[in-house]
Design a protein around this ligand. Structure first.
Ligand SMILES: Nc1ncnc2c1ncn2[C@@H]1O[C@H](COP(=O)(O)OP(=O)(O)OP(=O)(O)O)[C@@H](O)[C@H]1O
Ligand SMILES: [Mg+2]
Length: 615
């Protein structure tokens, strides 16, 4: 067998045997760069996919891969799967007589892969390039390194799976300039990376992802459909039944890919149900998951400042992208057929092997390398306090929101709806649909506007917010929850009597205009508003303002607190109370000055009268 070290390697690569490893949630692969090409290495069973599965046999022996997976049927409690998602977390699994940390379980899989590689190559493997999802956190990356260390493997490099896919694809390109988008959906994770090949260097311009979205979720939805079709709830409490049901759902999912239709039959006690699937029913069933794919894609493209039309290649990676529903979505999103020349389940391991070849100094790969400079963009976006400080140059969606917010400041409130419609039309014309982003920025920007305008914009845009955001809030994590609360409270707000709304807005404006004692008696009324609209008030009035106001109120003697001061209804402007308060303040100061002057004049006169020489 030819060695993994290329024949024409640099002196630098001498004595180093580096392999590429794709450590996956469901399967792992090892691939070597041999004689100028990547070579997937088969395991003892002759297969290139090794299940990421660890079990303990009756004799206490550790089983890894297919053997462990087979034993899971009869010994589910002594088998661990899907542990990669727990890397970096204190989550031990008991197998046989001892607990295993996720790093230890991953190390057992890594060790098996390296042994397979050593048997195949006929020499010891010294190092590995190991892939990780782009959405992996620092802790998860550290835990992956720790797993390699436990397995006795030196990590040459951790490479994001999406970048590895771009690298695998770049090797075969005749050009050395190209822009890629990698769309990677594995068993448990989703990543998008926008990468650019320039003079042989692959730079990641931006990446985004969701570390709790993958093919497993599509399988779970098929299983859920069996319950919708009549399985009793009690079935869900049987671990053995659920394991079998998920296995049937997984088979049905793959069958649907292969044949375009699939059928699942399940029975629990007296009840038997069936689920019939075809392309359309599956697309409808999985719509909530498909919606979640949009946000990281839009985010990565926005961060990379690239339009769909400017991409040269859209590359699919990860086994779940084999599903026709995903391919159709990618085709629709990018208005072209995505590239699948390399099997999506193999592409990350192949890219890791290319990186291994580069590290070993293969001259054929000279000049090609990866420069991972792109930011790791978490699915959670900037909080409202930071979003307004983002520079608009880096974010075209923010540019539009800024322009809209500025226009609103100059136009009458009645023009808001039209301005909003223009901004949304422009958004669609210039970018791939950007669900949620524009509205998020807009909500943030409202905080920087004068309160009257802020509320007017919110009220005018409420319908549009609902229409645009509804399907995407889940993808925004805690930020999505915040927006959902704003929208729900917004409905209650709009249902209020208009006069009551004006009163409360007067109060809010007053609270912003003046934070000193004279307005503090308004606090009980403000407290009612805050209790009723805890989230919305944070949008209408800054939380700093509220906190200051509350502190001033709490500092008052108890007797003077509970005199709610209702703002006079029917004031001409919602902001008139604030203006009047400022006016009163000015007048009070003027009076005080006048009194001081009169007193000073009287004193002077007195002094003159008494101090003057008597004749
Ligand atoms: N023919 C197919 N049709 C539908 N789904 C498929 C098919 N083949 C594989 N899959 C799905 O692909 C997923 C496994 O892909 P892959 O091996 O790339 O993931 P992984 O590397 O284990 O996971 P991750 O990268 O998220 O850690 C599973 O959810 C599996 O059901
Ligand atoms: Mg993977």
């Amino acid at each position: 067998m030819a060695t993994a070290r290329p024949e024409d390697a640099d002196a630098e690569g001498k004595d180093r045997v580096i392999v590429g490893i794709d450590l996956g949630s469901s399967h792992s692969l090892v691939c070597a760069w041999i004689d100028g090409a990547p070579r997937l290495i088969p395991n003892g069973a002759g297969e290139v996919l090794t299940p990421s599965c660890v079990g303990v046999g009756d004799d206490g022996r550790i089983l890894v891969g297919k053997a462990a997976l087979a034993r899971r049927e009869t010994h589910p409690w002594d088998t661990a799967t899907r542990f990669r998602r727990h890397l970096g977390h204190p989550h031990a699994v008991r197998l046989g007589t001892r607990d295993y940390r996720p790093e230890e379980l991953a190390a057992l899989v890594l060790r098996t892969l390296v042994r397979d590689a050593e048997a195949f190559l006929g020499e010891p493997v010294t190092e590995a390039v190991v892939t990780v999802p782009a959405c992996f956190s620092g802790e998860q990356r550290e835990a992956t390194r720790a797993a390699c260390e436990l397995a006795g493997i030196k990590v040459e490099r951790l490479l994001s799976e999406a970048t590895a896919a771009a690298l695998a694809h770049a090797v075969d390109l005749v050009t050395d300039e190209a822009r890629f988008l990698v769309f990677r959906l594995g068993a448990a994770t989703f990543d998008v990376a926008v990468a650019q090949l320039t003079d042989g260097m692959i730079g990641v311009r931006a990446s985004a992802g969701d570390d709790s979205l993958g093919g497993d979720d599509f399988t779970a939805l098929i299983a859920t459909q069996a319950f919708a079709n009549g399985l009793p709830d009690a079935a869900g409490e049987s671990v053995a039944f659920m394991r079998d049901l998920l296995a049937l759902a997984e088979t049905a999912k793959c069958e649907l890919t292969r044949r375009g239709t699939a059928h699942l039959e399940a029975a629990y006690g007296e009840t038997s149900v069936s689920v019939a699937l075809d392309g359309d029913t599956f697309a409808t069933l999985t719509q909530p998951l498909l919606n979640r794919l949009w946000y990281p894609i839009e985010r990565a493209m926005r961060l990379a400042r690239i339009r769909a039309a400017d991409l040269d290649h859209v590359i699919l990676a990860g086994g779940a992208t084999r599903m026709p529903v995903i391919r159709a979505l990618a085709t629709q999103m990018f208005a072209r057929e995505p590239t699948t020349t390399i099997d999506p389940m193999h592409i990350a391991a192949i890219g890791a092997a290319v990186q291994a070849g580069i590290a070993m100094g293969d001259r054929a790969l000279r000049g090609l390398d990866v420069l991972e400079t792109g930011s790791r963009a978490s699915p959670t976006v900037a909080s409202s306090s930071t979003a307004t400080s983002v520079t608009s140059a880096s974010d075209p969606t923010l540019d539009l929101a800024l322009g809209f917010a500025a226009d609103v400041g100059k136009q009458p409130v009645t023009a808001v709806q039209g301005l909003l419609a223009n901004a949304l039309a422009e958004l669609r014309k210039r970018y791939i649909d950007a669900p949620g982003q524009f509205e998020e920025h807009l909500i943030d920007l409202l905080v920087a506007q004068r309160i009257g305008q802020r509320v007017a914009v919110f009220e005018a845009a409420a319908d549009a917010f609902h229409w645009r955001l509804a399907d995407h809030l889940d993808a925004l994590g805690s930020r999505g929850d915040w927006i959902r609360r704003v929208l729900t409270e917004g409905d209650d707000w709009l249902a209020l009597d208009e006069r009551r709304r004006f009163e409360w807005l007067d109060l809010a404006a007053l609270g912003e205009a003046r934070l000193d004692a004279p307005i503090v008696p308004c606090w009980p009324e403000m407290r009612v508003m805050r209790e009723r609209f805890p989230t919305l008030i944070g949008l209408f009035v800054s939380t700093g303002t509220l906190a200051n106001w509350k502190a001033a109120f709490d500092a008052l003697p108890a007797s003077s607190r509970d005199r709610p001061k209702r703002v006079v209804p029917g004031a001409e402007s919602r902001l008139s109370t604030a203006a009047a308060a400022a006016d009163r303040d000015r007048r009070r100061k003027a009076w005080r000055a006048a009194v001081l002057i009169v007193v000073a004049l009287a004193l002077c006169a007195f002094a003159l009268w008494h101090g003057a020489p008597r004749r």
